[in-house]
Design a protein around this ligand. Structure first.
Ligand SMILES: [Zn+2]
Ligand SMILES: [Zn+2]
Length: 259
């Protein structure tokens, strides 16, 4: 079936511009150089999921006029991917959900982080006003949401195993330093592949432009988009150096694909 994905955020953990930085990308007038924290939205047949709830989730949701979510999928428990969880609150109102809780899907490890960071949301006897009405589910294989399937794809993020996701002809891998062979095998025949590409300089927990270009060679998607981008990469200039089937993504980018 036809589906649309929207890049909610394409930036690295601190966002671009970075607080207190006066480099030329942080000062750039090009709106493509303004990158909120990394997240993706997928929509089909009136359904909608988001991958991660970043510290910028509120602004992303207002910008994209998000009025409901059927589920949230988490990649891992780092601050730049989870800290917007509390801003799910208005999307869990009974008038939005009909009284059902919004399901969150996460690995056992990510679930532990969410329960600890958002203790007040998940502990029944913890007294606090206005709570997000959410239900945490541990991922044990492909996730079915409405009539679509989301397959977790294991990637290596520093010394941690975390998840990316494949859904139909698209896949989203943010935050990795390596992609295991078994996961590469699950990324064949893609129309759209999102890959972490922080910058040119090597990083212990993130992929670089040249490392991710090698993964594009290995997986041969029709089109690849880079995400989790730092202020080292100016949008226009970097795109001019990339092969035509590889582009830097940007906030608000919308693409149609088969789910
Ligand atoms: Zn990250
Ligand atoms: Zn991370």
């Amino acid at each position: 079936m036809r589906a649309t994905l929207t890049v909610l955020g394409s930036g690295t953990s601190m966002g671009v511009p970075t607080i207190g930085c006066d480099c030329r990308v942080c000062r750039s007038a090009d709106p493509h150089d303004r990158r909120t924290r990394p997240s993706l939205m997928v929509e089909w047949n009136g359904h909608r999921i988001v991958i991660d709830t970043t510290p910028d989730f509120r602004q992303q949701a207002l910008r994209e006029k998000i009025d409901h979510v059927d589920a949230v999928l988490y990649t891992h428990g780092h601050a730049d991917h989870i800290l917007g969880l509390d801003d799910l609150r208005p999307l869990t109102y009974t008038r939005v959900t009909g009284g059902a809780k919004v399901p969150l899907y996460a690995s056992a490890e990510t679930g532990r982080v969410l329960r600890s960071v958002f203790r007040y949301v998940f502990e029944q006897d913890y007294k606090f006003g206005g709570l997000a009405q959410v239900d945490l589910h541990e991922i044990n294989g492909p996730i079915r949401i409405c009539d679509a399937e989301f397959q977790p794809i294991t990637v290596i993020h520093g010394d941690q195993e975390i998840y990316g996701y494949r859904f139909g002809s698209a896949a989203y891998l943010t935050d990795f330093s390596q992609v295991p062979e078994a996961s590469l095998a699950k990324l064949q025949g893609l129309d759209i592949l999102f890959l972490d590409a922080l910058r040119h300089k090597p990083h212990p927990t993130h992929s670089t432009v040249s490392e991710s270009l090698k993964l594009v060679e290995r997986t041969q998607p029709n089109q690849a988009y880079f995400t989790h981008i730092a202020h080292d990469l100016p949008h226009q200039e970097t795109n001019a150096q990339l092969p035509p089937n590889v582009r830097l993504s940007h906030d608000g980018l919308r693409l149609d694909f088969q789910l």
